[in-house]
Design a protein around this ligand. Structure first.
Ligand code: PMP
Length: 432
């Protein structure tokens, strides 16, 4: 990566760290990408990779999909921004209403904006301030939810009453104090939180399957149990489907697990690579926005270029039939378990739809705290191993699930499995 290394030095002169988002630089250094096509990307050194990063799970339709390219090309010639409604947003909203079984939609530009809107709407509707979240989940970088995202073991407090740990400098303690968190997949813990703070939570926000902790699926009945708890308390259940939406299934986690929340937050794969976010809700949850009592706003909301890409993406590319491809790919990725076991490397593979991860732990991860058992060096080495052998898995291996796409070939994912086997053989029996 000689060119990436030297380019970083050039870029650092005006871009802090040489990048545009701090998370674009994973150690040892950022990889600057030049282009992508289908399941492949090429960096500025000319290296080719099978892309399992897919831009943190955005490019589930594959890079430069011809139907998306054509839609963007057509729209760009007719003007790209008016801050007035255009005719592209309605078919997108109608498609979302069908996928996510929620009738009312508004657009934004990122996952952060979607979860920010969810907090605002929940607080306005309930007149309450506090928010309940899951320990170890990320919901974007606004102040209301940057709490206990990846808390250190020394700061996290007891499991039955996790501390609220600020995730960033510059976060006023007042915001931190408004957020409580409980372990994922523990209904009793959520019940206790509601019992200890009756009538105080505006909402509980949950990633219905954790995707920033490997991939952690909800236990049977967990999500339905949360909905009951929220409603019994007069608070809203919010699903953060920024990563699970369009990836776990055609209708995201709502389809996969059959529980419909009051509000759902979407982003990432929605815009096929253009910056995009959306919030959907029941008539009741969106009532204040519908009646004009609460503003949900933004200059670029429902931007015609973004909506044109989203429309092609949702209506013509990520169709229900397209999702069958993930089951075929997962049948091959399932072999990750066997190749690790063969060499005595403790590991578990998990997948659903386009998402999956290999966890270097004997028992499957069930909640955030389980990650503390994993030696950080192992997933980091596994990531580098893949990177140096033509597979760009998402960095931050211990946290980040992978994302396949509808255009990945069998050979693409087999390459990941083969690399993993070589990795397992080498780390369990290193050369003298
Ligand atoms: N929610 C989840 C679950 C996410 O993973 C992310 C980003 N990785 C966000 C929200 C924030 O989205 P964005 O980066 O588009 O603001």
């Amino acid at each position: 990566h000689a060119r990436s290394l030297s380019y970083r030095e050039e870029a650092k002169r005006v871009l802090p760290g040489g990048v545009s988002s701090s998370w674009q630089s994973w150690p040892p250094h950022p990889i600057y990408v030049r282009r992508g096509l289908g399941s492949l990307i090429w960096d500025i050194d000319g290296n080719e990779y099978v892309d399992l990063h897919n831009g943190y799970g955005v490019m589930v339709m594959g890079h430069a999909h011809p139907k998306v390219v054509e839609a963007v090309r057509r729209r760009v010639q007719e003007g790209t921004h008016f801050a007035q409604p255009t005719e592209e947003a309605l078919p997108v909203a109608e498609n979302l209403a069908e996928r996510y079984r929620l009738p009312q939609w508004r657009f934004g530009n990122s996952g952060t904006e979607a979860t920010l809107d969810a907090c605002r709407i929940s607080r306005a509707l309930t007149g309450r301030k506090k928010i309940l979240k899951i320990e170890g989940t990320y919901h974007g970088h606004h102040d209301s939810l940057m709490v206990s995202v990846f808390p250190d073991q020394e700061k996290a407090g007891p499991r039955d009453h996790p501390a609220s740990v600020p995730q960033t400098l510059g976060l006023p303690q007042e915001f931190v104090d408004l957020v409580l968190n409980v372990p994922f997949n523990d209904l009793e813990a959520a019940k206790r939180a509601f019992a200890e703070h009756p009538g105080e939570f505006a909402c509980m926000i949950v990633e219905p399957a954790m995707t920033n902790c490997g991939l952690v699926l909800p236990d049977a009945g967990y999500l339905a149990g949360l909905k009951e708890l929220c409603h019994a308390d007069g608070s809203l259940l919010v699903f953060d489907e920024v990563k699970t939406g369009f990836t776990l299934a055609w209708g995201g986690a709502i389809e996969a697990f059959g529980v419909v929340p009051d509000l759902v937050c979407l982003a990432k794969a929605l815009g096929a690579g253009l910056p995009c976010g959306a919030i959907g809700g029941t008539e009741e949850a969106m009532g204040m926005v519908i009646r004009g009592e609460l503003d949900q706003q933004g200059t670029f909301n429902g931007n015609p270029l973004t909506m044109a890409a989203a429309k092609a993406n949702l209506l013509d590319v990520l169709t229900p039939a397209a999702y069958a491809r993930f089951d075929e790919l997962n049948a091959l990725l399932a072999n990750c378990d066997e190749v690790c076991a063969k060499h005595g490397l403790p590991a578990n593979v998990k997948f659903l739809g386009a998402k999956g991860s290999v966890e270097f732990r004997r028992e499957p991860i069930h909640e955030y705290r389980d990650l503390w058992d994993i030696d950080d060096r192992v997933p980091q080495l596994a990531w580098l191993w893949q990177l140096n052998r033509g597979v760009f898995k998402s960095p931050g291996s211990k946290w980040e699930s992978w994302t396949t796409s509808i255009v990945h070939s069998d050979d693409d994912v087999q390459r990941y499995v083969d690399n993993l086997e070589e990795f397992a053989a080498t780390v369990t029996n290193p050369p003298a």
